[in-house]
Design a protein around this ligand. Structure first.
Ligand SMILES: Nc1nc2c(ncn2[C@@H]2O[C@H](COP(=O)(O)OP(=O)(O)OP(=O)(O)O)[C@@H](O)[C@H]2O)c(=O)[nH]1
Ligand SMILES: [Mg+2]
Length: 208
């Protein structure tokens, strides 16, 4: 069933648990490298151009931002990892800030992990997935900016990334915030996460 968005509202920004909204609605977190398109994905899903600030400058989102969707669930936009130019202090607090959130948040139902379709995942991505599995946090994998490649190369790159990560190709959804490609499939996965019936994706390869 297509998701109908009635309301989508910013709740608050936080860096530490005492600043999080109270644990009531089920939550979905969006995580990925800086500039990968996390905020754009959220805007596309909820049909709002400017609910979440996006930027061509990496490192735009530096706080944990909470959004109430339909008074039914919460989307959480996490700051991106792996960007060299954010100030040292920000970098030093990033790991603990995200880890604390992902490890402790009781209402967190799962994460949407976003990768750039054109980039092969590295150690940082693999560590993230291993860490999520260790903490029994289900996640879905999205390959975004699909509009930058034609359909043939999209499939080739999807296969390469699947092999590298050691997951089946069908677990990697192609998505574009620009064309809207894959939007309904992403919603389907999010609904599965919210319903709590999502398998842990055990990776078939070991992180080098
Ligand atoms: N062509 C194309 N550009 C995209 C897509 N998604 C995001 N972008 C662009 O990529 C840049 C970064 O997008 P954001 O959504 O701000 O990325 P982010 O992951 O939230 O970035 P940080 O908050 O800095 O970590 C912007 O210039 C977007 O317009 C997409 O699907 N296709
Ligand atoms: Mg962002």
């Amino acid at each position: 069933m297509p998701m109908i968005i009635k309301t989508a509202e910013f709740i608050t920004s936080a860096v530490k648990p005492s600043q999080y909204p109270e644990e009531s609605l089920p939550e979905i977190a969006f995580i990925g490298r800086s500039n990968v398109g996390k905020s754009s994905l959220i805007n596309t899903l909820v049909n709002r151009r400017h609910l979440v600030k996006t930027s061509s400058t990496p490192g735009r989102t530096q706080l944990i931002n909470f959004f109430n969707i339909n008074d039914a669930f919460t989307f959480v936009d996490l700051p991106g990892f792996g960007y060299a130019k954010v100030p040292f202090q920000v970098k030093k607090t990033w790991g603990p800030m995200i880890e604390t959130y992902l490890a402790q948040r009781k209402t967190l139902k799962g994460a949407v992990v976003i990768l750039d379709l054109r980039r092969l995942p590295g150690i940082a991505e693999m560590n993230l997935l291993d860490w999520m599995n260790l903490h029994h946090r289900p996640f879905v994998l999205i390959l975004t900016k699909a509009d930058k490649l034609n359909r043939g190369p999209q499939k080739d790159q999807q296969r390469k990334i699947a092999d590298l990560l050691g997951v089946a190709q069908e677990h990697l959804l192609l998505f574009s915030a620009k064309s809207g490609q894959g939007k309904e499939q992403v919603w389907e996965k999010i609904q599965q996460l919210l319903a709590g019936d999502f398998p842990i994706l055990n990776r078939k390869v070991q992180t080098p």
